[in-house]
Structures are given as C-alpha cells and as structure tokens.
Design a protein around this ligand. Structure first.
Ligand code: PLP
Length: 399
C-alpha cells in the first residue's frame, strides 16, 4: 500500500528557515540573531565549565542501564528545589508529582496530554504572542486553545489591563499557560507587583496556572529572582504545574533534560498523578535519557560545582544585559529618532524590536542580518564585535 503518497511536506519551522538562509550566505559580516541559543562574545556556542567538570566525573561511569520511568530521582529533587525553593515543604512533604522529561518541550507536551486525559473538556489560554511551539504542543495533545492579551505593541511592554480583563473574563477554573520569566518572544515580563495581582485574580477565579520556565537564571542572572512568579503563586496557595528546562541555563540544549511537576494536596494524590505521568511518558518514549540528568545531578549536589554553575548563568545573563545596553546606546548615538528604551526594559534572551516584517527583510537582504520576521532579535547573537554593525543596519532600515 502507498497510503503515504498523499502526505504533503509539513510547514517549515520559521527559525530553521532563518538558520538555513544564514548558513548559505557567504558575506563576511553576516549575523545570526534568529536562533534562541546562547553564544559567547566571539559568537561561539558554549559548554559551561561546570558541565565539563561533571563530564569528567561521569567518564568513569560505565553504567548504561535504564533510568526509572520517572527519571533520575536526585535530578528531580534538585530540580524541584530550583523552582519551589530549597526549603520548600512541598518537596519535603512529597506533595509534588514530578518526572524527568525530554527538556522543556517534553514537559509541556506531557502536561498537555495529562490535561487532556484528566480534564478532557478543558481549554488552555495562551498569551499572544508566545513561543510558537506552544500552539503545536496543545494542538497535538488535542486541547482547544484560547488566547489572552499580553504584549502591547505601542509601548513594546505588557498590556496589563487587557491581560487582567482576559483573566477575569475566562470561565472559572480555566487553564493558563504562563511564561515564568524571560517571556519568549517578547522579553516582556510582569513586574513583581503585577504578578501579585495576577495571582490574586487567579485565586478569585480558581484558575489553574501552568508555568513554562525555560529560562530560569537567564533573565536576571539569579535563579531565585527568576522563580519569583512561581513563589508568589505558591505563597498564595495555588496548586501549580511547572515545566523546567536545562537547555538554556546549563547549555544542555541537545541533551534534552527537563522536568514536569504538578503540586498536589497530599502525598497520595501526588503518587497517583506521578504514576499517570509515567504511564503517558512510558507509551511515548519509555524512559528518559540518562546522560544529561547525571550532569545536572552532579552539578547540583556538589556545592562547589553548583556555585560555579550559578556564576556561569549570571555570566551569560550579564553578557546579554550588556549587549542590550550597547545596542541601545549605539542606536541612540547614531541619532535614531525612535525610542529604543524597550531594548533595555525587556529581559532574557530576546528583544522584541518592533521592526516590521519588511524592515526585517531589508536587514537580511541589504545587511545579511538574519532573524525571524516578527522582529525578534536573539540578544545572544549580539557581540562586542558586531553590535555597531547591527545598530547601523537597524538605524538605516528604521529611519
Ligand atoms: N518554552 C519556551 C518559552 C522556550 O522558549 C523554549 C525553547 O526555546 C522551550 C520551552 C523548550 O526548550 P527545550 O525543549 O529545549 O527545553
């Protein structure tokens, strides 16, 4: 049978297209500010020193056995401490159902499948815009999607009043997908006070918060500060769910290490939820991968390595913050009449520049600068060496 003949190519991932075009370009000054992966000031990918050290420890380990279905338990426990706090009583009282996942993507998908299975007629509210894969994930899990306002194009900041209206107007008990920090693609996060108001309204409406935390430490440089939104919700007594990833903050992109956790009312409930999560994961891919979870658990259980990691995360975040300042200063020094304040107000890996798709096309065609057409600049691709070139090009296409 040739039933697959009718299969058409899937739509191209917009970021993959950007990378392909960048690689095909032979211009010496070409710049890739499309991809959401950290680069150092020489434009190179980075393996953290703490990771290299953990690899040295692992190299003597010849054990290639399966991990338990829920993953490496030390890894899971240490990962929960990052999100819920070192001293969280939810961890010590075993109230959190948590499993190791295929990075943040796998955690989101596992949650979406779980939501679909146990709250089958629920929907998910997703911010506009969001990481495009959120739409694919909940679509493939067959959970209907609704959107909520998030970004305010004119101010290039948060549309807080509309966001609050949408939370208020959603039916009680709705599921909301929230970026815990460093919102992708806008770089716009609610302030601490705004998170308090959001949490309060969630309480009144009995909404359920699912936090996608793909960038803990990457926003402020401090993992505790970046967990602030989650901590506010916990303090207010919400039973949340959370997706965590070590792709960005430990540079373990290809290792696929993450965690999904769901906070329950008691230990029995947590055991039941965990067993169901394991079952869903089991039929998708069996057991989670070993190597990355070993790297993470070695780093987080060794005080010296953990300290080194926190220093290295801060180093990455600080470099990005420095590049934000440099890009803004360069644009202002060129005499741009546009306000570029949002470059330094926004946070995390991305700057939602406000450039139009046509302006982005000009950047690419005339100046060999590659990025997605929504105007998102990956600040990780900006370096001391190219920031002036990028600023000049942006200035020319926006004046
Ligand atoms: N969530 C958000 C908002 C992201 O930006 C990303 C990666 O770009 C992810 C989740 C998942 O990344 P990974 O699966 O590599 O952990």
């Amino acid at each position: 049978s040739t039933w697959w003949r009718r299969v058409e190519p899937a739509p191209k991932d917009p970021i993959l297209g950007v990378t392909e075009a960048f690689l095909a370009d032979r211009h010496p000054h070409k710049v890739n500010v499309g991809v959401g992966a950290y680069r150092n000031d020489d434009g190179r990918s980075v393996v953290l020193e703490c990771v290299r050290e953990a690899e040295r420890v692992i190299s003597g380990n010849t054990n290639m056995e399966y991990l338990p279905m829920g993953g490496n338990q030390t890894f899971v426990e240490e990962t929960l401490k990052l999100a819920y706090g070192d001293e969280s009583e939810y961890i010590s009282n075993n109230k959190i159902a948590a499993v190791q996942t295929l990075s943040g993507t796998g955690a989101c998908y596992l949650f979406a499948k779980f939501q679909r299975r146990f709250q089958s007629n629920s929907r998910v509210y997703i911010p506009i815009p969001t990481w495009s894969n959120h739409h694919n994930i909940w679509r493939d899990a067959q959970v209907p999607q609704r959107s909520f306002h998030y970004y305010h194009a004119e101010s290039r900041g948060l549309d807080f009043p509309s966001l609050m209206d949408d939370i208020k107007n959603a039916p009680s008990g709705s599921f909301f997908m929230l970026h815990a920090c460093a919102h992708n693609p806008t770089g716009v996060d609610p302030s601490e006070e705004q998170w308090r108001e959001i949490s309060y309204l969630f309480k009144i409406k009995n909404h359920f918060a699912f936090f996608d935390m793909a960038y803990q430490g990457f926003a402020s440089g401090n993992t505790e500060k970046d967990a602030e939104a989650i901590r506010i919700f916990l303090k207010d007594g919400h039973l949340i769910a959370c997706a965590q990833s070590y792709a960005k903050n430990m540079g373990l992109y290809g290792q696929r290490v993450g965690c999904l956790s769901i906070l329950c009312e008691n230990e029995l409930q947590a055991l039941a939820v965990k067993s169901q999560l394991q079952q869903i994961a089991g039929s998708m891919y069996g057991n989670p991968p070993l190597h990355g979870s070993l790297i993470v658990s070695i780093i987080l259980t060794n005080p010296d390595l953990k300290k080194l990691w926190l220093k290295e995360v801060k180093g990455m975040a600080d470099r990005i913050i420095d590049m934000r300042i440099a890009l803004r200063e360069n644009l202002e020094n060129l005499g741009s009449s546009i306000s570029w304040e949002h470059i330094t107000n926004q946070i995390g890996m991305f700057c939602f520049s406000g450039m139009t798709p046509e302006q982005v096309d000009q950047l690419t065609d005339r100046y060999h600068i590659y990025m997605t057409r929504n105007g998102r600049i990956s600040m990780a691709g900006v370096t001391t060496g190219n920031v002036r070139y990028i600023a000049e090009a942006i200035h020319k296409v926006t004046r």
